[in-house]
Design a protein around this ligand. Sequence first.
Ligand SMILES: [Zn+2]
Length: 775
Amino acid sequence: MNPSIPASSSGLSPRRTFLKQTAVATAAIAGSRYLRFSEASAATAPASATKPWFLRATRWMQTNIAELDNTRYDIPWWRAQWARTKTQGIVVNAGGIVAFYPTQIPFHPKAQFLGDRDLFGDLSKAARADGVAVFARMDSNGAPEETYQAHPEWFTLNTQTGRPFADRGLSIPCINGAYYREHIPAILKEIAEKYKPEGFTDNIWSGLPRANICYCDNCVKKFRADRGLDLPQQANWDEPAYRAWIEWGYACRLEIWDLFNKTTRTAGGPDCLWVGMNGVSIAGAAGEFRDYREICKRTEILMIDNQRRVDTTGFQSNGVGGRLVHGLLGWDKLAPESMALYQTASENFRVASKPEPEVRLWALDGIAAGIQPWWHYINAYQEDRRMYETPVPLGQWHQQHEEFLVNRTPVATVGIVYSQRNNDFFGRQDAEAQVNSPQRGFTEALLHARIPYILVHADDLDRDAAQLKLLILPNLGTMTDAHIASVRKFVQNGGGLIASGATSLCDQWGDPRADLALGDLFGVHLPANHYLRNEASRRQSAAQSTQTYLRLTPELRAQVDGPHPAGEPAAVGTRHEVLRGFEHTDIIPFGGSVAELSLDPTVQVLLTLVPNRPTAPPEMIWTQNDHTSLPGLILNERAGFGRVVYLAADLDRRYARDNIADTEHLLINLVRWAAKDDIPLKIDGPGLLDSHLYQQPGRALVHLVNLSNTNAWRGPVEELIPVGPLKISVRLPNGVSGKSLRLLVSNQKPALSLANGWASFELPSILDHELAVIE
Ligand SMILES: [Zn+2]
């Protein structure tokens, strides 16, 4: 039943190699007293033994157990797989929907084919013997019909059907009933006491998503007791009961987080953490009522379930995710991410191998952003054996260079500000267009420009803005008075600001204020009838897609190109530097709309709207009304303040949606200007790179991921394409002398030159990624 493995460099047949490794592993287990990971590792690695397990286990693996695996789980084989992938922790199915151990808890059915076997226990023992940490994996969010029939009060209630809400063919229990509050804790206690795993994860732990309101008796009573209100009848963001229900929904899930942690730490010891599982987007967290910032405050390690890229957001979304979670969690903590080794497409082929380059680039874009690998198999036995090989080279490289991959602090001067509350109360039912797309427009532009940046939660503005030169507020409609005070202070101290759309218009509930609260900084004020004041109009405007343009001012047609476009610009001095690169055009594509604004005398308007015209037939593609004064881009420069940009035209959202190169170019120009070009990393050369600059004591790290590969626009990548040479310059952080340079992927040592506090070198070529260490 052993899976076969391709030949290794040892010369032994794969089967013999693994028999040999298995024999060693079996000998180890026979002499073991089943140490916990912390104890076993302490014996072999004294230098790192002072760190708890959740700071040391940086490479994870999960064989997501199917019930049939009870008959075929070859533990010796998997121990060898842990060893050659340098795995330090595993996620093992324990209980919840079904138990993979002999449970005593009623309504906790044993998995089919388990028989007298204790699969979870056997795997835990094997892991202990190998010094591998164990997360007991739960799934708390589904139970079969028998359980519902016996305990209907444990379940959610859909008043439309009189039945529980259902998912995956199972009924969904309510987080406010005894299933979540007593039954699952009993299982956690049983497992923690019996097996002492390092911790617990949970596939789905937060109950019913926000899209539905549970009307079970527990929710009715608890909402009344907690908030003094009846449950809302429908989603209505303007209704006080619904607003209260949203806040309460988050609070109830945090109660679950705290209850489960108290349970596991009481039964399994203070480091027996319960950490759930979370996605890596604020929109996703909001949809599940998971308060990402509060969760990160509560946890010592974050287990991320975000298994693959999608064509619309690319590999780079993993790098954005790393910046997001570490911005909240701290860069000294670990955030392993479940990475699918199976084929993911419109249909998930769960037992077929994904091409290695596709897995590799997804993993690397996360690793470069501080994420740790957590290789994910479905089923303990694979007929498509190629996926066994996929994590081996990266796992080994990761182990070799681990000290350069964790506990590194980002060096950046640009921060993009967001908040979960903005996603909820401003984004409401249109968060993709109102919140996510504007943010993604900027993260994509910064990716293309190779400008390092961090993501800043609005509640952390005062802490994070201290190192920054520029704050970007992409349609950050909902801002509290405290957020506004923080941004105001930043700009008054000389920091740059780029804001778009409704930024600062709305209060914490998403209700519009009398004016943009940061309007004095923008030099922009909203007239009483402006469309941004109204949610429905905002939505309509965001959805608009017409053939509008933006006119660059002043026009250069006469000065530059003359009647026939040709040659170099003759006179470009009259345009602002943020319009550099557009000398041969007076318009750029837009697609949206803008309206009248009230402007302060200090501002400059650099783009104005060119109204829509027909797209067909060609005879009718013209308009005589092609000049307006409607402002699209406004700059406000005042003595003593930072440079301020206000985008009335939603170019951030449009860029995320339409990928227009002119829009990208303009956004990059705006960032460089507003940051006074104070960017600590410069990279010249071809390619699309996700670029990170970090520091550790005495060293600077440049971590680059090459995303300019074939199929990078639509998965899966089948082949890696090198780019280079690249000329890289780094402004050395304090305490870094810049005497030596190593490249940890290509193993080269190019010459390093120093001038004016900057270190420069040439990277001849980059295939998948490169990590440059400057000391
Ligand atoms: Zn309920």
